[in-house]
Every structure is written in structure tokens, then in C-alpha cells.
Design a protein around this ligand. Sequence first.
Ligand SMILES: Cc1ncc(COP(=O)(O)O)c(C=O)c1O
Length: 390
Amino acid sequence: MQIAERLTKIPPYLFMELRKKIAKAKSDGMDVISLAIGDPVEATPPAVVEELCARARDPQNHRYPTDEEKGMLAFRQEVARWYKERYDVSLDPASEVLGLIGSKEGCHHFVLARINPGDIVLMTDPGYPAYRSSILMGGGEPYNVPILPGNNYLPVLADIPSDVAKRARGMFLNYPNNPTGACATKDFLDDLVAFAKQYDIAVCYDNPYAEILFEGQQRISFLMAEGAKDVGIELNSLSKPFNMCGWRIGMAVGNPDLIAAISKVKENTDSGIFNAIQYAGIYALKNEAAFINQMVGIYTERRELVLSSLRRIGIEFTPPKGTFYLWAPVPRGMTSLEFTDQLFEKTAVVVAAGTAYGRYGEGFVRISLTVPDDRLQKAMDRIVREFKTV
Ligand SMILES: Cc1ncc(COP(=O)(O)O)c(C=O)c1O
């Protein structure tokens, strides 16, 4: 069967390829430890699961979701409350909040809602691979903006050629950043708003790691920047802070025109999020902030373990302070792929090659901390044993 041309332009999805590689190695009898995927292994808070179960028993919730594509008003109100409490950002639940089936859905629908065929969409390199796929599926033209260690992995907006900026209709950004862990500054966000205004670029600020921060790093929302609501939206998600990746619930907040446009896309593609999941989401936002601190405590210890193990094999770096990923330089003289391949062959540990996130990811690998402590310890023991320099 012939498939649509738009799909032939899309590179294979990194994690699907990795999953296949891991499954094959496991079926060959290897004890594979994957540090490649960011999917928390600890359970969702039990009370959130209880809330889901109770709500799932109510036949009212077996019908199409309330308010369908927008998300139920109670969920949108709770999101607005959360934004006020966590970021001191005021939102109108009626026009500035939309429930999403995860922030990934928001990335895709942002393109459909804003981008015309042939429009340029700026995205960072390295960057989350789904941006490129969403841009290509929507008929847009991705333009890579490098983010490099020398500028703390923030794009240098002044380096974007003005003819490109003039043709750009959208821009994806994500801080705390997957894969580098870098965090944005308030000054950068102010510059971003000014840049977006100057060129009429709609910003899609993808912020699912907003809460995963270390060493006193302050949490930050794009909407904290003056005028941000005039130029864009922020995507957020319950996946990472509440260990709810599988539940598929998130939100878009910000510019009412974009929210209405994305709502229209959703109206014509899905009928919203299962009510019982929205109730569970409300419960998590209302009651489980302490759970986030607990998880960050766990990630802090794992982060230390990985950093100290890497030091023992001669890899030393100061990591940025966000996300549950470590973006580590590979040993001198090796490419990212050579190192990941060697690591896999010698230790059966899988990490993601930096180049999977773009060509400026060369020289790095991404290590995820979302694995059980004992497995991480085992992975590090194997790595130290095989790669120790002294
Ligand atoms: C930058 C970024 N955006 C979006 C997502 C998807 O999040 P969600 O589960 O909310 O769809 C991920 C998941 O890894 C991510 O890293």
C-alpha cells in the first residue's frame, strides 16, 4: 500500500527504533539496561489512581467528555489555579486554557492551527524530535536554530538571519530543555517576546519539565514574560511531574486566538480527554505538589550517582539544572554514535546518541534518570568497570 508523501519525509521516531533495538537484545538473552527514554518508572501517586477508579465507576463519565475538545471547565479552572500558585500567572479558564492529550498533542496541533504550507517554523538543534515531525506533517519547513554550550544552550536570536525570521510563522522552544537540561532565564524570555513581536512569530513554548529542577533553580513559565500572551502559548503536562506519562493529559495556556484555533483542530480530530482522567488530573494538581518534591529528591540522588560515575571514567562536566536527563560529553576522539554503540556492546547499557536530537548534538549522549535505583547502580558499575581510565 502506498503511504502519503508527507510521512515519507519524516525520519523514523527515535524511541521506536530504540525500543526495537532493546527488544531484540532482550530476546537474545542480554540483560539490557535502558537509560534512553524519559518515562518515570515509579507509580503515579496512589490517591490519583483512586480518584480515577472512583470516577471511572460513574456512568456519567462514560459519555463523551464534558465540554469535549476544550477540557472540562473544572479542569481548566484547576490549571488556572495551578499557574497562579506556581508561576504567579493569571489565566482566564474560559479562553486561555485548553486540556490536551499530553503536550505532544499540543505540538502537533499548534502547527495545524498556525502554519500554512511552506511557512518556516524555527526549532532548536538539538531539540525534541516530535517538533520536526509535527512541522513536516503540517506542511511547514523546519529551520534549525543551534543551541550550544557556550550560550548555556539558549538560542542566539540575533543570529537568526532576518530573511528567515521574516518567513517564519512559528517557533518551538523548550526549557527546561530536553535533551540538554538547560533552563531559560527571565531575560531570555523577554528577548524572545520582543523577537516574536518584531517578526510576528507565534511561539510554542513547550514546558513539560517546568517542575523538574535542581540546586535551587527557580521554576519559570513563558507566560511570566511581559507580553508573552500576545505572541504565543505554553504547553504543559502532568506526565513528568506526577509520573502520569501513560495517562495522556496536559494543557495549552496563553494566547486566546491560538487556544481557540487549537480547539478547532481538536474539535475536528478528537473529542477530548476521558472525564475520569480529567478528574484525576484535577486531583493531582490540587493535592500532589509534595509528590513532585519527592521525585526531584530521587532524581537528585541518581544525578549524583551518574555524575560521580562519569567522573571515574574521565567525563567531567557541570550539568544544567533542569529535567531528568543528563547531557554528557562523550570521551575525546569518539562520535556520539561510536560511544553509544561501544557502550551497548560492552555493557548492554543503552543511552541516546546526541545526534538523535540534531546535528549539534554531536559529541554528547543523553542519559535518563527515570530507571529504578538498583538498575541505575548496576548500569554505572558496568560502565565504570569497562571504561575506567586509571
Ligand atoms: C520536550 C518534550 N515535549 C513534550 C513531550 C511529551 O510530553 P507529553 O507526555 O505531555 O505528551 C516530551 C516527552 O518526552 C518532551 O520531552
